[in-house]
Design a protein around this ligand. Structure first.
Ligand code: SF4
Ligand code: SF4
Length: 379
């Protein structure tokens, strides 16, 4: 029982309950799940604020009522019986998915949603000192822009207001070590989110030129530094790892098999035709959990936060604005943000499901070629 109490507290159920009773006031609700979790909630919360037309559970056989609610049998239910199904299970994801397919026109939602964000990454700067071909963040073609500490601080405090718990933060770029305010940003994040995992993802070029203060901040805030290995540091991996260790900081080099074979492959997946099926692209996407915050705007992944760079350089018209949330809009709630993270967005139409591989190299001079960043146009 105590577990349920903790679970409800961790997921701010009182707040969720208030939102649900408000948002579902005029809806016919079918409850699904009549186990211990539901009973715990039933005994402690006033569910009469919902218009519950029945309760369903696979355990029911011939029952007519449960806790005074009419028992419904899913096999006999159809879309016209209810407006919203509330799933009263802790492990709700697969049930919500299955019923969303079966009752395609209805809203199927958990009674208690996991009310936190797993991850946010910050683009501390959008440019980079590596300048890779096919950089998916378009850092190679970006102007020298930084996330200022003032804006970062305003954004982070707003995130704390909307979402008191975020499991992990990544400080990325471009190359994040180029931002001179990185230490202040790490300290503020640790102050506001004392138990979140924090890491920096760097290309390693600047590691040995960072100040002692920077390393002390990493140690103090418990921040890990992860280095993506590129061929130009190939003989220095061990040295860099030992250097990081000597600073009492956790860190490692991520070295792909390709690199060991002296043949680092990058890939392109953005197309400018916007012809992809956004749902299919999103479902197959390995970047959909890279939720990104930059200059007051939150995106389900990094693409909408950098698409304007490609638009400017190549004179394109990628529609990215509808895939971003302005976190300073006073009406924005965590539900809006979770919704953005958990569903395909318009911008996913610009992502192919098949990746186009390219040999890695550094782009050293202009003019930039669109074919270095976008897949071949389809006939
Ligand atoms: S190191 Fe990373 S961010 Fe920098 S250009 Fe290469 S892929 Fe882009
Ligand atoms: S836009 Fe959609 S499909 Fe493309 S990288 Fe982002 S989440 Fe993935």
């Amino acid at each position: 029982m105590e577990d349920f109490e903790q679970y409800l507290e961790q997921n701010y159920f009182t707040k969720q309950y208030d939102n649900l009773t408000k948002n579902l006031a005029d809806k016919k609700i079918l409850l699904y799940g009549a186990g211990k979790f539901f009973n715990y909630i039933y005994e402690r919360y006033d569910l009469s604020k919902f218009n519950i037309i029945g309760i369903a559970d696979k355990k029911f056989r011939n029952e007519k009522f449960y806790k005074s609610y009419p028992v419904k049998y899913i096999k006999n239910c159809n879309d016209s019986d209810f407006d919203v199904m509330l799933v009263a299970l802790q492990d709700y994801k697969s049930v919500v998915d299955d019923f969303s397919k079966k009752f395609a026109s209805k809203k199927i939602i958990p009674l208690v949603k996991q009310y936190f964000l797993n991850h946010i990454q910050f683009l501390l700067t959008r440019h980079c000192n590596m300048n890779c071909v096919a950089c998916s963040h378009f850092a190679t073609i970006s102007d020298k822009e930084f996330y200022s500490f003032e804006t970062f601080s305003k954004d982070l405090r707003r995130i704390k207001e909307i979402c008191p718990e975020v499991k992990s933060f990544a400080f990325v770029g471009g190359e994040p070590l180029l931002n001179k305010d990185i230490s202040k940003m790490l300290e503020l994040t640790r102050d506001l989110f004392p138990s979140s995992y924090m890491d920096i993802i760097s290309n390693g070029l600047l590691v040995k030129s960072m100040t002692e203060d920077f390393w002390k901040t990493l140690e103090k805030t418990g921040t890990t530094i992860n280095i993506t290995a590129y061929p130009i540091l190939e003989n220095k991996h061990k040295e860099i790892e030992e250097y990081i260790k000597s600073k009492n900081v956790n860190g490692q080099i991520y070295c792909s098999e390709n690199l060991i074979n002296h043949n680092l492959k990058f890939f392109k997946r953005f197309n400018i035709d916007a012809k992809s099926d956004k749902k299919e692209a999103w479902e197959k996407c390995f970047s959909k959990n890279c939720h990104t915050l930059y200059n007051g705007y939150f995106g389900g992944c990094y693409f909408p936060s950098v698409a304007d760079i490609a638009n400017n350089v190549f004179n394109l018209d990628i529609d990215y604005k509808s895939s971003l949330i302005n976190i300073h809009d006073e009406n924005v709630t965590l539900d809006d943000i979770l919704d953005l993270c958990e569903n395909p967005q318009e911008i996913c139409k610009y992502c192919d499901t098949e990746l186009e591989h390219v040999d890695w190299y550094r782009i050293t001079e202009k003019p930039f070629k669109m074919s270095d960043f976008f897949v071949r146009q389809k006939p």
